[in-house]
Write a protein that binds this ligand. Structure first.
Ligand code: PLP
Length: 434
């Protein structure tokens, strides 16, 4: 089939995500055919460096032999079985490993990130109900937060373009000041600003704790808000304040987990343990949809009862899918055998060093956290994101700026030559988009 025919059929048959479909009248879809490492190859054989890890999921490259082999092996034994009433080795092994890594347990599975945040919110709410504290039924989150697109997760999200249309359907939740250090006063340090925001959180909890079930937060980086980074002291304070006032802390590590911020999980950098952790995206190395919520023994115990109504009666058809679990196990094995967290430190140092050439351009807030790199472009062009996207795509680079924020979230396997290409092509594409 010709490319042209495929694109036409795609536009007729497929409703693409996060897209005004009419824009494809002039902006063609890119038909992808294969992938290898950090590269994607389209139907004409043109290569694109996947510098956003295919929406932040692909951490060890495309066509990764180890993850692929693990799925193939699992495919020969058991592809799927329902997880109510049944179990299997991959889900047990994965749950045990995630418990060791997070310090939490009782892994509950779903297939995507938004479902994981829904599960954590529902579990927290239900915990207070089971504990005869029905009044604790509200959630709070940060200004500029992003927790997914389903109705429950949009209720704690604060990105107007995704949320406002559906306002009438959503359970509204209060938003706490974001410690994103771009919002600090001139001369105020990131740490002082984080502490100032934490103080406002504390004041809010002091007043409202009796009606609050949980505070949900993206640890260290508010990714969808344009890679808003903040000082780890905020998380530390948030944990202390939530504990003091009996409010759950839900860590949404869907984007930042699995090494993205420089440690296996971002919470480690503040040395805190949340009451719930939500995981997805990198968990299968970008191979299969899987998400998980882990929690404390205390939360689990509140549901453990002779009463069915006290149980967590939530489910998804593909809960704990064995193929997805086997991909996750292979992903975790790579972290162990390849000393990934330490190697990423060297890779990040190289990327930071090479990014210095970008400081000649009109940019501000050049920032880095682990394997996330971002800066904001000073431009009057309201169409900057689109122009830049098309410019970089033309040159074989896949980047999707968020507004005027350009960010790199590359697969961890990116090498020095590829980093050179990434930085140089970014430079060219910015110059052509100002
Ligand atoms: C992507 C993301 C989600 C939603 O995950 P989906 O798999 O897209 O539903 C939730 N929270 C954060 C922080 C995310 O980055």
């Amino acid at each position: 089939m010709s490319n042209e025919a495929l694109l036409k059929r795609s536009l007729q048959a497929v409703w693409h995500p996060c897209t005004q479909m009419k824009q494809h009248e002039h902006l063609p879809l890119v038909p992808m055919q294969s992938g290898e490492g950090v590269w994607l190859k389209d139907a004409d054989g043109k290569r694109y460096l996947d510098a956003v890890s295919s929406w932040w999921v692909n951490i060890f490259g495309h066509n990764n032999p180890r993850i692929k082999d693990a799925i193939k092996q699992q495919l020969d034994t058991l592809e799927h079985v329902m997880l109510a009433g049944f179990t299997h080795a991959p889900v047990v092994e994965l749950s045990e490993k995630l418990a060791v890594l997070t310090g939490l347990g009782h892994a509950f599975y779903a297939s995507d990130g938004a479902s994981a945040t829904e599960i954590a919110l529902k579990m927290s709410f239900h915990y207070w109900r089971n504990s005869e504290k029905e009044a604790k039924n509200k959630f709070i989150s940060l200004q500029n937060s992003y927790h997914g697109e389903t109705l429950g997760s949009l209720g704690v999200t604060d990105v107007a373009i995704f949320k406002d249309t559906y306002a009438a359907l959503l359970t509204q939740s209060a938003k706490m000041p974001s410690p994103d250090f771009r919002l600090a006063e001139t001369g105020e340090s990131a740490e002082d600003f984080a502490l100032r925001c934490a103080k406002e959180l504390e004041d809010y909890l002091a007043q409202h704790h009796h009606e609050l079930a949980a505070f949900i937060i993206e640890p260290l980086v508010q990714c969808a808000a344009g890679m808003g980074m903040y000082h780890p002291v905020y998380l530390k304070r948030a944990r202390e304040i939530c504990s003091q006032y009996g409010v759950h802390l839900i860590a949404d590590e869907i984007a930042v987990g699995f090494g993205r911020t420089g440690t296996m999980f971002a919470c480690e950098q503040s040395d805190i343990k949340p009451d719930f952790i939500c995981l997805s995206k990198g968990i299968t190395g970008g191979y299969l949809p899987l998400s998980a919520v882990l929690t404390t023994d205390d939360v689990y115990a509140a549901f453990y009862d002779d009463s069915t109504a006290k149980a967590f009666l939530h489910s998804h058809s593909y809960t704990g899918n064995p193929l997805a679990c086997s991909a996750a196990l292979a992903t975790l094995a790579i972290f162990e055998t390849d000393d990934v967290i330490n190697k990423n430190k060297q890779t990040a140092a190289i990327i930071n060093d090479k990014m210095k050439v970008l400081t000649d351009l009109p940019i501000k807030h050049l920032r880095n956290q682990g394997m996330i790199f971002a800066f904001d472009v000073k431009t009057e062009q309201t169409t900057f994101a689109n122009t830049f996207y098309q410019q970089s795509l033309e040159h074989g680079l896949l980047l999707r700026p968020i507004g005027k924020t350009v960010y790199f979230m590359p697969p961890y396997v990116i090498n020095e030559t590829e980093i050179d290409f990434l930085v140089q092509t970014t430079k060219l594409s910015i110059e052509a988009s100002l």
